[in-house]
Write a protein that binds this ligand. Structure first.
Ligand SMILES: [Zn+2]
Length: 368
């Protein structure tokens, strides 16, 4: 977005007002529950925060903000019910609030300008870097270290790819980003490594600044930009990888690792790979659903220990990078062997339950 000075001010004050509404709404919900033992309904809370109470906040933004609050409550209670750890909604500090959300409406994007509510500054100039696809759902303004961005969320119809009869197993490692059952290993891109070094440097510089100083504030913004850059580079890589596998294979098998199973390490490389796993899985899930392909998650039992040819268990520590089977003599990279085991497990599971309608019969496993 390219707001002028006045509009940038307007956007900022709407952002702050919506954050205050969120926090105030959260407090209201908590105290209402403490007093009455009942959950305050969204509709009733919405009535309390009308136009008169928040003249500087567009009505749309007031509604969506309260909706967000109630959704995070619903998520929390769902987590309690299903035994998942979903945090209690928290009060939002200035660094935890960067989005102004609009509501379902006709697209207000006309040429190079977006028709924002009056309080946000009215018509705002935007650089449209890609055309809208599908049907427009809603828009939001997001404040990033690089400035304000417009996101248009659209509903896009699935575009299935022709059905094939092949499958691949994928394993995500530390030294390599992904190893597959055909023996291919995809490295973390060089530029990600370089950005990580730049980030570390910027963080060292930040640590040297006096607290509360102007210099520190500037250094903080530099660090934030480096973080964002790394996020974008990683997403770019993962989008390309997931696209390649979804285009190439009918069935993709992965390990069913939940975030809770993953060990957090302070090493940057490991932190990046931790974050990548969940994202890649999500991207594979989304793209597979869109293309009519299948993603099979298998339980991660001894996938790195077993021999993928003769199924003997070959114990090895994390430091051992090569699988050497004393029984049948099979030698492969540790992660490739694991990927082949993951593929076998998925095929065994499919044999038990039978192929699904979209899967196609007689899978040809790409093992070697
Ligand atoms: Zn073997």
């Amino acid at each position: 977005m390219r707001p002028n000075r006045q509009q940038a001010q307007n956007l900022m004050s709407v952002l702050i007002a919506s954050r205050k509404l969120y926090n105030c709404g959260l407090e209201e919900l908590v105290s209402h529950y403490a007093e009455t033992g009942k959950h305050l309904h969204l509709y009733e809370q919405d009535k309390k925060h009308g136009k008169a109470e928040h003249p500087d906040l567009p009505e749309v933004v007031g509604d969506t903000t309260l909706k967000r609050l109630h959704r995070s409550f619903a998520n929390f209670f769902r987590g309690c019910k299903e035994g998942k750890k979903i945090g209690f909604p928290r009060f939002k500090g200035a660094h935890r609030w960067d989005t102004i959300q609009m509501r379902d409406a006709g697209p207000s994007l006309k040429g190079n300008s977006f028709g924002a509510p009056r309080q946000c500054g009215g018509k705002i100039r935007v650089n449209v870097h890609r055309p809208l696809q599908g049907t427009f759902k809603y828009a939001r303004f997001v404040l990033r270290p690089s400035g304000w961005h417009l996101q248009c969320v659209c509903d896009i119809a699935p575009s299935p790819l022709p059905v094939q009869a092949n499958a691949v197993g994928l394993d995500m490692g530390i030294t390599y980003l992904v190893a597959d059952s055909t023996g291919r290993q995809l490295k973390n891109p060089q530029n990600l490594q370089r950005s990580a070094e730049m980030l570390a440097k910027a963080q060292r510089r930040l640590a040297q600044c006096t607290k509360g100083s102007n210099r520190r504030r500037k250094a903080q913004r530099v660090v934030a930009r480096h973080h964002k850059r790394i996020v974008h580079q990683r997403q770019d890589t993962l989008h390309k990888i997931s696209r390649a596998y979804v285009n190439g294979y009918q069935v993709m098998a992965i390990e069913d690792l939940r975030p809770a199973h993953m060990v957090r390490h302070h090493a940057l490389a490991r932190a990046i790979s931790d974050a990548s796993w969940g994202q890649l899985r999500q991207m594979l899930t989304d793209k597979a659903a869109d293309a009519g392909r299948q993603l099979v998650a298998v339980p991660p039992h001894y996938t790195s220990q077993n021999c993928s040819v003769c199924h003997t268990r070959v114990q090895k520590s994390l430091a051992v990078r090569t699988h050497v089977c004393p029984h049948c003599g099979y030698v492969a990279d540790r992660d490739v062997n694991a990927a082949q085991n993951i593929l076998h497990a998925a095929q065994a599971a499919r044999a038990r339950t039978g192929p699904s309608p979209t899967g196609g019969e007689g899978l040809r496993g790409h093992t070697r």
